[in-house]
Design a protein around this ligand. Structure first.
Ligand code: FO1
Length: 316
């Protein structure tokens, strides 16, 4: 059994590749919840939805988030009412937020709601929030103090200079029910490796690893962890990763990402564009696969997924 750790868009693309090459009894996906927020009276879970839509083939390929064949009547009426329109909610997407919010208010855990939605959308693989409790990424900025994630990322288009991050609720967040079961599973389905998908290490992966039980388990279980760099040629494939790296003083290329994870990651997948960096990464003692990491098609995503699984096998 392999666990994939994923945030939003970039991570979801690799998950889409992984489900093509690994069966539901071989792969489970753990998703970031730090981006979640209350908006218009709804609880919105962007990364869970991005992964869910992508695995169901319902995602909007241009935007990377939200649904394909979407309509925007709700937003048009919301604008007419003078309400907040900075966070775009499509009409079909809205059903997920309304039904999730209703289920949460009825006391259903987020992991059970996620399992229900995935089953209804025909997703065979297990998709789990890292925790069922409240865990929110707070962005510490130079000029505006602490901002909620979506205010920083969407409303302000990741413009403010970041000075740090805080994962509110992480210290007391327990593993979600199904994830706890996974990690305690009998020898047979034991987790044999972890793949960190190409999501933003600071914004999307750090909140997952901030759940104490998960990072403790990773250290104690001594199982191989591989990762795909979300940076290609010093540029973030999607999102403000390169800007954030600069602002956090983490360098601006794949070596900055490798240094950030340190010895928590034993195998790296880097893009052909960054082949020259392979030596430096190997010098740190990690295995490196140089391949196409820009997932332009599902076939490329599947090939990258195969490379990740092969790298894990090498590290067993
Ligand atoms: N990202 C945007 O940049 N603008 C939006 O209006 C927006 C709406 C949205 C609605 C539902 C959803 O699941 C995601 C949405 N996102 C939007 C993306 C989301 O904010 C980010 O992709 C993640 O939080 C970062 O991983």
């Amino acid at each position: 059994m392999i666990l994939a750790l994923s945030g939003g868009v970039g991570g979801a693309r690799l998950c889409q590749g992984l489900i093509q090459v690994a069966r539901p009894d071989e792969l489970a996906i753990v998703v970031n919840v730090g981006d979640d927020f209350e908006h218009l009276g709804l609880t919105i879970c962007p990364d869970l939805d991005t992964v869910m839509y992508t695995l169901a083939g319902l995602h909007n390929p241009q935007l990377g988030w939200g649904r394909a064949d979407e309509t925007w009547h709700f937003m048009q009426m919301l604008a007419q009412l003078g309400s907040e329109t900075w966070f775009q909610l499509g009409d079909r997407d809205l059903a997920v937020h309304v039904e999730r919010s209703r289920s949460l208010a009825a006391g259903e855990p987020l992991s059970a709601i996620t399992a229900k939605f995935c089953e209804r959308l025909g997703i065979a693989h297990q998709v789990m929030p890292v925790t069922d409790q409240r865990l929110r990424t707070c962005v510490l900025t130079r000029d505006q103090g602490e901002l909620a994630f979506q205010d920083y990322f969407v409303r302000q288009k990741a413009g403010p200079v970041i000075t740090g991050l805080r994962f509110d609720g992480a210290e007391t967040a327990a593993l979600s029910g199904p994830l706890k079961q996974r990690l305690a599973s009998p020898l047979g389905e034991q987790v044999k490796g972890v793949i960190i998908c190409p999501s933003n290490p600071w914004l999307s992966v750090a909140p997952i690893l901030a759940v104490p039980e998960l990072s403790r388990w990773l250290q104690s279980a001594r199982i191989p962890v591989v990762a795909v760099s979300p940076i290609i040629g010093g540029q973030a494939v999607k999102g403000p990763a390169a800007k954030i790296m600069r602002e956090l003083g983490a360098g601006t290329d794949t070596l900055g990402i490798v240094a950030h994870y340190g010895d928590r990651v034993q195998g790296w997948m880097i893009d052909e564009t960054d082949a020259a960096l392979a030596g430096a990464i190997r010098d740190r003692g990690a295995h490196v696969a140089v391949t196409q990491t820009l997932m332009t098609t599902p076939e490329v995503a599947a090939a990258l997924a195969r490379t990740a699984i092969k790298l894990l096998d090498e590290l067993q």
